[in-house]
Design a protein around this ligand. Structure first.
Ligand code: F6P
Length: 533
């Protein structure tokens, strides 16, 4: 079925009204000041905060008022965000440049949910996906049984995931985040870079008989992963390893290529799972080995709860939509070009890197669905470090720099350790930073002056568990969907990564031959430098 054309954000009256609102008073967003907004509206916290599955979100410290928010909802409605969302859930090929459906949400849909709703009209859309859902659960069951077997196999002490991008960032972030749920006695390593230092540093601590290599690649062609996989196999055989079936498994949509490589233990997935959305698929095997079957099912259930929220909540109470619309407001109307992620939980230290791929590979696009150049900006730059570390590095700039950078705090109410005093101090710092950004220090002059009125969002989890992490990540996926939908772009392709890959293939042999024919002056000059003794 053809995907109907939806108006792009800037083609709506709501967009123009938002432009007017943002310029009112001749200043950026008129005279809006968060301090006044709280002073005049004692209900602001309640009005601009909401609960969604496993996540409480305080949006009240954002540069937004009721009128602007209403216009943003109108914008989403006019852009057909709901119809676009429904098309995704129905399995339509909304990834139009690759002619693919976008069904990562199906990976977290319980098998029984489908069966129990089979009669209902509401689920008639999903009936078209019966075959896919059955495949999902067959693979999930097999993968989780394998994960359990690896967990019970005391000889396997080290699990090495070899993959890059979506085949690395998600599993790596989640295994770190869920460390408290991880089986003792197994170490997890993540090798992504083609830089041999990374693999060599891991291998020197390993023994082949105690190691399981997971070769994670959707395509099974990615140069970095193939290079590392070959070196891992060479090392394994060179160290006397023999049983490839026991010590290597492949996680891929290209099972034939994995078999050709010599791996017989394989777990598949499908072209309708984007790489950066794949940690819910077989790519999540390291997570499943770490936290076990029940943990992984909880992880999927948390994400599914957020899917259901996104799929059914009205726009006004739909947290992913609200976050995505705030992103549009900041990027296109207030001119903010980045967002800082501040996880106040050290186990979430790879969350910013994971979110960078999710946001910037999805929405870092310069043309719309029809291929027309966009007259407005898209994905913000995402960056950040865990709090409180960031406070002692770049928060200076957030408080007193010339650019306004919206900050997204992520905090967890209950700690998983019993060291006295730490957690209150950590949470106090998160609150204080958000407060300082907003309140400022306006009575001080010169170098001590903090202007304040700087926006932040505060996301709060009760505990960091597989379920709450799943929900948090699904929230982020759907927020990226929502802003991408308003921008009228394809959030599910990534053509921008191809050119560099092609050029690297051209340059590599030149490092040996020294041939710089046809190269630009800088590349030719650097090539000679790199070859010089
Ligand atoms: O080069 C970008 C990319 O295609 C990402 O989208 C993807 O997550 C990564 O490479 C790894 O791809 P694969 O899983 O096919 O090895």
């Amino acid at each position: 079925m053809a995907v109907p054309t939806r108006p792009r954000g800037d083609q709506t009256a709501a967009w123009r009204a938002l432009q007017d609102a943002s310029r009112a008073g001749g200043r950026n967003f008129g005279d809006f000041d968060l301090r006044d907004a709280f002073a005049t509206d004692p209900q602001r916290f309640a009005a601009f905060s909401q609960s969604a599955p496993h996540v409480f979100a305080d949006l009240s410290k954002n540069l937004i008022d009721d009128a602007t928010q209403a216009l943003l909802f109108e914008l989403a409605r006019r852009c057909g965000v709901e119809a676009h969302r429904d098309a995704m859930f129905a399995g339509e090929k909304i990834n139009t440049t690759e002619q693919r459906a976008v069904l990562h949400h199906l990976l977290r849909k319980p098998a029984q949910a489908h069966a129990s709703h089979a009669q209902s009209a509401i689920n008639s859309e999903a009936n078209g996906l019966t075959h896919e859902l059955a495949q999902v659960h067959a693979t999930l069951d097999a993968m989780l049984a394998y994960a359990q077997a690896v967990r019970l196999d005391a000889a396997i002490t080290d699990v090495v995931n070899i993959g890059i991008g979506g085949s690395d960032l998600g599993p790596q972030m989640a295994v770190l985040a869920l460390d408290e749920f991880t089986l003792p006695g197994k170490r997890f390593h993540f090798v992504s870079n083609v830089d041999g230092h990374e693999l060599a540093a891991v291998l020197k601590h390993l023994r082949p008989q105690n190691t399981l290599f997971l070769i994670a690649s959707k395509t099974f062609t990615t140069a970095e992963t193939m290079t590392n996989a070959q070196s891992a196999r060479r090392w394994f055989e060179g160290q006397g390893g023999t049983d490839m079936a026991r010590h290597f498994a492949a996680l891929t949509t290209n099972v034939a290529a994995a078999r050709e490589f010599g791996i017989t233990t394989t777990f598949g997935f499908w072209d309708w799972v984007g790489g950066r959305y794949s940690l819910w698929s077989a790519i999540g095997l390291p997570i499943a080995i770490a936290i076990g079957e029940a943990g992984f099912r909880d992880f999927l259930a948390g994400a599914h709860a957020m899917d259901e929220h996104f799929r059914t909540a009205p726009l006004q109470r739909n947290l992913p939509v609200r976050l995505g619309l705030l992103d549009v407001w900041y990027r296109n109307f207030l001119g903010f070009t980045s967002r800082s992620i501040a996880p106040y939980h050290s186990a979430l230290k790879r969350l910013p890197a994971y979110l960078q791929q999710l946001e910037m590979e999805s929405n870092g696009k310069r043309v719309d669905l029809q291929g027309q150049a966009l007259p407005f900006g898209t994905a913000p730059v995402l960056w950040g470090e865990p709090g409180t570390n960031g406070q002692h590095a770049y928060f200076q700039m957030l408080h007193q720099g010339t650019d306004v950078v919206p900050v997204e705090f992520v905090a967890v109410r209950k700690p998983m350790h019993d060291l006295p005093g730490h957690h209150d101090r950590l949470l106090a710092n998160a609150l204080a930073q958000a407060q300082a950004l907003m309140v400022g220090q306006v009575d001080a002059g010169g170098h001590r002056h903090f202007p304040g009125n700087r926006p932040s969002t505060f996301l709060l989890l009760e505990e960091l568990t597989p379920a709450s992490l799943g929900a948090l990540l699904a929230l982020q996926e759907h927020r990226v969907f929502s802003s991408g939908s308003v921008w009228g772009i394809n959030s599910f392709d990534q053509w921008g990564v191809e050119l560099g890959k092609v050029l690297a293939r051209d340059i590599e042999p030149r490092l040996q031959s020294g041939d710089s024919t046809g190269l630009d002056g800088s590349t030719a000059g650097l090539l000679q430098k790199l070859r010089a003794k």
